[in-house]
Design a protein around this ligand. Structure first.
Ligand code: AMP
Ligand code: MN
Ligand code: MN
Length: 310
């Protein structure tokens, strides 16, 4: 706590391809620390940010460069150091996270794998220390939380999740307004990509696994962004017979990024870790070389089959 209060120049790190939880937790802390008269940078290693998060207070303050010097670093929603997307951090590092696979890479690690989002870890940390939460922070934390737990739908949603939501509402958060801004400003390109992806849906392991393939050409044809493929993946998982949905996403000429989504029987975080990635029980990912595609798919299906059989 003293580290936080004594620091003058703070950099808050979000993860590669930052999502609402990483950015919302970081911006929530940004407003809190700025009001404490600190100079704060929110750093993103990726220059393209999700279009539907542009309403978050402070969104336009996010930087893709680092200041020359800073005396405190904070990471939000990063399960391992490589997720920060930098070679090194030149200050004392506080690691706020909720990945079970977090390897405690920080100098202080405030990690709770039982939280449905990192924003809850940050929020309860501030509350434990009796800090007042500004409205701007409340908006960021609420958005981070509902995006990561699917509006209270996924695992690890519990009493304290609703308690935090209640308290954020008391500060002035409007849930309908945030839900509308977050989920109801979809471009037509996303709908076109979703259609295209679902047309190519393949069922494996007697329908327990749904497989989607995203090529660079599909993005070019629809003018959609790669993040927009999430929607089709969620729809594939929602099929009654499906337990796990897999998305193979062509990243560039050499790499394929895999996203895994589980309904509840299979721990895909554990599987992704074995393939060199990481994540949570119900949502995880990893990356592999394009030439290994058939082999990786076969191995992945075998691994899922084993979990389903257990
Ligand atoms: P995604 O499928 O990219 O939306 O990722 C789902 C979850 O898996 C995220 O919350 C990340 O924590 C985790 N994840 C995805 N890709 C990786 C990776 N390459 N390494 C570690 N964790 C990952
Ligand atoms: Mn994340
Ligand atoms: Mn998260």
């Amino acid at each position: 706590m003293n580290r936080l209060l004594e620091a003058k120049r703070v950099v808050i790190f979000t993860h590669i391809n930052p999502d609402a939880d990483s950015l919302g937790s970081a911006l929530g802390l940004y407003h809190f620390l700025t009001k404490k008269k600190k100079k704060v940078w929110v750093y993103s290693p990726s220059s393209s940010l999700p279009y539907n998060l542009d309403f978050l207070p402070g969104f336009n303050k996010i930087k893709t460069t680092l200041p020359k010097s800073y005396d405190l670093a904070i990471s939000c929603d990063c399960g391992s150091f490589d997720r920060l997307g930098v070679e090194k951090v030149d200050a004392f590092l506080i690691n706020f996270d909720h990945h079970a696979s977090n390897d405690n890479f920080g100098d202080i690690n405030i990690v709770d794998p039982l939280s449905s989002s990192t924003s809850e870890v940050v929020y309860w940390f501030l509350k434990r220390n009796n800090f007042e939460i500004p409205l701007e922070s409340a908006i960021c934390f609420y958005t981070a939380m509902v995006d990561d737990n699917g509006f209270f739908k996924y695992d690890r949603v519990k009493e304290s999740t609703f308690l935090m939501a209640k308290e954020l509402c008391e500060i002035g958060v409007n849930p309908n307004e945030i839900a509308t801004l977050l989920t109801m400003r979809e471009p037509l390109s996303k709908l076109r990509l979703t259609t295209l992806l679902l047309e190519g849906l393949e069922l494996k392991l007697e329908g327990k696994v749904a497989l989607l393939n995203l090529t660079l050409k599909m993005l070019e044809d629809t003018q959609a962004t790669k993040e927009m493929a999430q929607e089709a993946l969620d729809l594939a998982r929602a099929l009654a017979i499906v337990e796990v949905a897999i998305l193979f996403r062509e990243e560039n000429a050499y790499e394929i990024k895999v996203s895994l989504r589980s309904k509840n029987r299979v721990d895909v975080g554990k599987i992704a870790l074995e393939f060199g990635g990481g994540g949570h029980k119900l949502a995880a990912g990893f990356t592999f070389k394009k030439e290994d595609k058939e082999q990786v798919l076969a191995l992945l299906l075998k691994r899922i089959q084993k979990e389903l059989g257990a």
